[in-house]
Design a protein around this ligand. Sequence first.
Ligand SMILES: [Zn+2]
Length: 338
Amino acid sequence: MKTFIKYLIYFFIFILIIFILPAICTKKRNSKDFKQEKVIKQDEENIVNESKYDYSKYGKIKLLHKKSGQIEEIPIDEYLYGVVSAEMPANYEIEALKAQAVAARTYTIYQISNNKGKHRDADICDESICCQAWISKEERMQKWSEEEKEANWKKVVLAVNSTAGQIITYNNKPINAFFHSNSGGITETVANVWNGSDLPYLKSVETSGEEEYSQYSSEVKIFKTDLIDKIKKEYPDVKINFDEEECIKILDYTESGRVKTVKFGNTEIAGTKVRSIMGLKSTNFSIKINGEDIIFSVKGYGHGVGMSQTGADSMAKQGKSYQDIIKHFYTSVEITTI
Ligand SMILES: [Zn+2]
């Protein structure tokens, strides 16, 4: 009988070690928080891995590789992974990346619908100065460091897939979703950049926090003689007498405070033209003469129309969603699923 009790005790100890102890130890890991976190991770994983969205009408696009002249047929969202990762740093907030994905998707669909023939047999090209930048996954991964490349790519894919099918519309039509790097605190209307008429959804709006980014301020310093040489290439009759006061003078500004016209001696030149001749980052600049140097102090980076990318990141940091960001930079628009 004594032996039986002894074995019974051994049996209970055995049960305790095998079943009850592990259950107690893992109880903490099964807490609500852990479950929640796991669900979110699983959701993200599903979004990253989910099959491509079926844009019945836009399924695949024809992408022109400018350098090689080759045209590649590529599913639109796969193309957008390459655009988002070329156009915006992957360390920006996820909501900013989502806003970029929706803006880039809208821009693409607008190009397909409105600019037929711009690239003959292709819908869009891979250059930022012509259409929007694009980079292949291979090339992109090579540029990122070993530790961050997988997480970065996943983040870009998540931004595109979690907004699949969404575009920005005004009056039920896709908008011309311009975007740029840094607005210098205020965006520009489209007519002030490319002449022509303004678009109701591209109004000048202010953003805070853009001064935190390196793209916010820059400077171009040039010798007086080099300045004249540069201008002469486009305006051969230009004459500047540096002894005269106000020999270089900004004559007027746009409503957003960007330079509209500059007088260089006997020649008046548009701010946008000065930007391209001098290689300035934007038309939001001031000019100072310092001895033999002319100094252009520049605010912001890019044409300033539509969504500012650093502005988007700054808004996301303040807790705004991608919908908030889009509706801030594009006036009176809707986000529509196609
Ligand atoms: Zn193009």
